[in-house]
Ligand binder design. Structure first.
Ligand code: SF4
Length: 588
């Protein structure tokens, strides 16, 4: 296990391109180098040097000869330093000089979960559109905590402000005051493609012959081929390494006569997952890819005293509740919606015959239970997953215990179906962020114990059913099982509310490679041994799709309308990452 060093820089004004150049020219991990798609790929833990995860960094020994860190970086085996000239006024820097280690023995994802990449928000027709967008992003914060941005327009000018960190940290009253106008779009981000610093924060704005266009994108494009090179030959100057910019550059270089035609033509050219909101100085656009991978909903706030209604778009409907907006409908896969002073219009940019592939993991884990995703309440799906799991995999036990927070709703369903009492046998500390601990603390599962604390009075002597929504690498699950036993649990039976995760996602979700996914490399019995549970069972795929389609609010959803690729390895699009089809090598 490497020693890890860490440093954090927060705020605007970094010079990320120097970091990218250095990484490409140095011992950058393979996944960061130029790929056939022409953009750096998902960031993964390097074996030496380079960077990991949510930021980019250049170790002292690399080509530019000094450390440069943007965002939050974890640099194994290298001295990291923050240079003054990389820090602009107002920037907070917090270098940590002593070697320290990351909580959870390197499980940098909280509770070893997959990570959603982005949330998007748009508002048309409100006098303080930027503030409304801010509140929407605030509700969508769980979809990305690395950077956020808002662009607004007053009919004449477009302004945008982006920053690293949480929405509430970036958008103070003072900052929001610089974003006037009745139109706004916003974005909160954790990256998959492109590096992860301020450079790639969104909205991304590009000047075109039809004026400035700003875009905020949730998802991940695939099969880009030589689109970027082609656009560069056409004179496009890319500002970012994000695949999202391809869309807006295609629009800017389209030769169609109207902006709507330019957008429709451009969207028809790209493949993969995209739920996007765009704006010009006087219009809002919202679109979803033809497969409908990621969610995007439309809502409305009724105007008062004869004022026109306000239209809002958001990745999840929980954003509407804070704004008192009423959910109207989802943006349909392959649909482009435009809102202007003439009202709302809609057109298709792809045929309706494209099979839908809505991400089922939104219902399993990503989305908030109080959101309606793909037209269906997430809470309803999760509770049914728990019920179905109880029917498929019962266990003799005294208590149903969720792994908080994401396992709670499924655990309630399991308890209701099985008749076994439910209780919070594990208490979560919600205030633990990315935490670094001393080497001597590392051996005692300190990181997990900081986040979760067992209720000895509930667990002692009990046979418990521990409900979680996924096992990704398995290391955190093992620590939780051990924690329950140490608190006196007589038996621990693990139940997972989805099938084994065997394949990575290419559609806007940060997943480890196949080699790191425990279920891609071990049988269920081997995983049970690894996590040290008395028994282990996963929800079946049929049980999962049933859970997301049964009941009242399953309007128009069918089991075949979901993407389930991370459970099956069968992808709705053609593209496959060579790195992820290499033979599995993971061990314990
Ligand atoms: Fe969702 Fe999994 Fe499909 Fe990715 S591969 S879109 S996480 S279901």
């Amino acid at each position: 296990m490497s020693e890890w060093m860490a440093a954090t820089v927060e705020g605007p004004g970094l010079k990320p391109t120097e970091s990218i150049g250095a990484l490409r020219g140095a011992e950058a991990p393979r996944s960061l180098r130029e790929t056939k798609r022409g953009v750096p790929q998902r960031l993964k833990p390097p074996s030496s040097g380079g960077l990991y995860g949510t930021a980019k960094a250049v170790p002292l020994s690399e080509t530019i000869g000094m450390g440069a860190i943007a965002g939050e970086a974890i640099v194994p085996g290298a001295k990291a330093q923050v240079r003054d000239e990389f820090i602009m006024p107002g920037l907070k820097s917090r270098p940590i000089s002593e070697p320290q280690v990351l909580a959870d023995d390197g499980d940098v994802t909280p509770f070893d979960k997959l990570r959603e990449e982005c949330g998007v928000m748009a508002v048309y027709g409100h006098p303080d559109a930027a503030r409304m967008t801010y509140w929407g992003l605030y509700a969508l914060q769980h979809r990305g905590q690395e950077s956020a941005g808002i662009a607004s327009a007053d009919g004449v000018e477009v302004n945008d402000i982006k920053g690293m960190g949480l929405v509430s940290e970036i958008f103070t009253d003072e900052v929001l005051a610089k974003l006037p106008g009745h139109i706004a779009i916003g974005h909160t981000r954790y990256s998959t493609t492109g590096d992860s610093a301020l450079l790639n924060a969104q909205p991304i704005s590009v000047e075109s012959t039809m004026g400035l266009i700003a875009i905020a994108h949730n998802g991940n494009l695939v099969n880009l081929g030589n689109s970027k090179e082609r656009l560069e030959r056409d004179g496009a100057v890319f500002q970012t390494t994000s695949d999202s910019e391809i869309i807006v550059q295609l629009i800017a270089h389209s030769r169609c006569n109207t902006l709507v035609d330019c957008i429709a033509e451009s969207l028809a050219q790209v493949d993969g997952a995209f739920s996007i909101v765009m704006m010009t100085r006087n219009r809002i656009f919202a679109a979803r890819d033809p497969h409908g991978f990621r969610p995007l909903s439309m809502g409305r706030i009724a105007g008062v005293n004869g004022e026109p209604d306000t239209f809002v778009f958001a990745s999840e409907t929980c954003a509407f509740d804070l704004l008192h907006a009423k959910y109207e409908r989802d943006v349909r896969p392959g649909e482009l919606v435009m809102v202007s002073e003439d009202g709302v219009t809609s057109r298709r940019f792809a045929p309706e015959t494209v099979p839908h592939a809505s991400c089922i993991f939104e219902h399993v884990y990503f989305a908030r239970p109080d959101s309606r995703i793909f037209g269906r309440w997430v809470q309803q799906s999760r509770e049914e997953m728990g019920r179905q799991l109880a029917r498929e995999s019962p266990a003799e036990a005294d208590l149903v215990v969720p792994v908080p927070d994401s396992g709670v709703t499924a655990a309630l369903g399991y308890a209701a179906e099985s008749g076994i009492p439910f209780n919070f046998g594990l208490i979560r500390n919600h205030y633990v962020g990315r935490t670094f601990i001393q080497p001597e603390q590392r051996t005692r599962d300190f990181g997990v114990r900081m986040k979760l604390n067992p209720m000895r009075s509930l667990l002692e002597g009990k046979r418990i059913i521990l409900i979680d929504d996924s096992i990704i690498r398995g290391t955190t699950s093992r620590k939780i099982v051990r924690m329950c036993r140490a608190a006196g649990a007589a038996e621990v039976h693990m139940r997972i509310s989805c099938p084994p995760t065997i394949s990575p996602c290419f559609y806007g979700v940060d997943t480890p490679s196949t080699r790191e996914l425990i279920a891609a490399n071990k049988s269920v019995e081997e995983i049970r041994e690894f996590v040290e549970a008395d028994s282990l069972a996963y929800l079946s795929l049929v049980g999962l799709t049933h859970s997301c389609t049964t009941g009242e609010s399953a309007t128009g959803l069918s089991p075949a309308s979901f993407c389930t690729a991370c459970y099956t390895g069968v992808y709705p699009t053609q593209w496959v990452d060579v790195e992820d089809i290499l033979p599995a090598t993971v061990g314990a």
